[in-house]
Design a protein around this ligand. Structure first.
Ligand SMILES: Nc1nc2c(c(=O)[nH]1)N[C@H]1C(S)=C(S)[C@@H](COP(=O)(O)O)O[C@H]1N2
Ligand SMILES: [Mo]
Length: 216
């Protein structure tokens, strides 16, 4: 049995990196001719990063609550999710631990289509994601509904591997990858910000890789 997320070795190491400012280059320029954000290096593999617990939810038992400041709160089953409009997106991954991975094809439901389905109220300003491993992360409404963001069930045309957040994870490619919640269980629209797991442990509240928003 892994340690609780609170005192796992990785959590302690990453909290320490936040204190030390590990991987910060101090560069905030965005050269037009490169895809790679400052302080990042390219990898060809796809590393696994999480709190050390891999929840295994069968598709027939999978549920996604969409709640909070919305006109039509709902709980989607797998059937509901796969019956919603399906989209393919192509994007790069930028992890705060300094690796980036180009050209990932994701299939699923865009956050814009999901948002359209539940009709957030006019005062909804933020979104809090909660996952089946207890992980949480927060986004502004605008970042959550960015045009490239998708709730992905497939990667490279295959079902999303369990270790990468299957059956369904969020992908918000314009922010560091910790904002992309794996094993998604609940999406809560809110009228104020609720900092998530890493955001209360020294990581930046927004996490824009282009301006190196690694730590708070
Ligand atoms: N549910 C959940 N989602 C999570 C995490 C987690 O621990 N639990 N870790 C985040 C972090 S820190 C990163 S870098 C990415 C890693 O995704 P990957 O393992 O598919 O590369 O998932 C993010 N989403
Ligand atoms: Mo991460």
């Amino acid at each position: 049995m892994p340690d609780t997320p609170e005192d796992s070795k990785l959590t302690r190491t990453k909290s320490r990196w936040a204190e030390l400012g590990r991987f910060l280059t101090g560069s905030t320029s965005r050269p037009e001719d490169t895809r790679l954000p400052p302080g990042q290096h390219l990898v060809r593999n796809w590393p696994v990063l999480d709190l050390g617990q891999t929840p295994d939810v069968a598709r027939e038992n999978w549920r996604l609550d969409i709640a909070g400041a919305v006109e039509h709160p709902t709980t989607w089953t797998w059937h509901d999710f796969t019956s919603a409009p399906q989209t393919r997106k192509l994007s790069d991954i930028h992890c705060v631990t300094s690796w980036s991975r180009y050209d990932n094809h994701w299939d699923g439901v865009t956050t814009q289509d999901l948002t359209e389905a539940v009709q957030p109220t006019a005062d909804a300003t933020h979104v809090l994601l909660t996952s089946n491993d207890g992980y949480t992360t927060n986004l502004t409404f605008e970042d959550f509904t960015s045009p490239e963001a998708i709730l992905a069930h497939s990667w490279e045309g295959q079902p999303l591997p369990l270790e990468h957040g299957g059956p369904v994870r969020l992908v918000v490619p314009h922010l560091y990858f910790w904002k992309s919640a794996k094993w998604l269980r609940r999406i809560e629209f809110a009228t104020r910000d609720h900092p998530g797991f890493w955001e209360v442990r020294g990581y930046h509240n927004r996490g824009d890789p282009w301006s190196e928003e690694r730590y708070s």
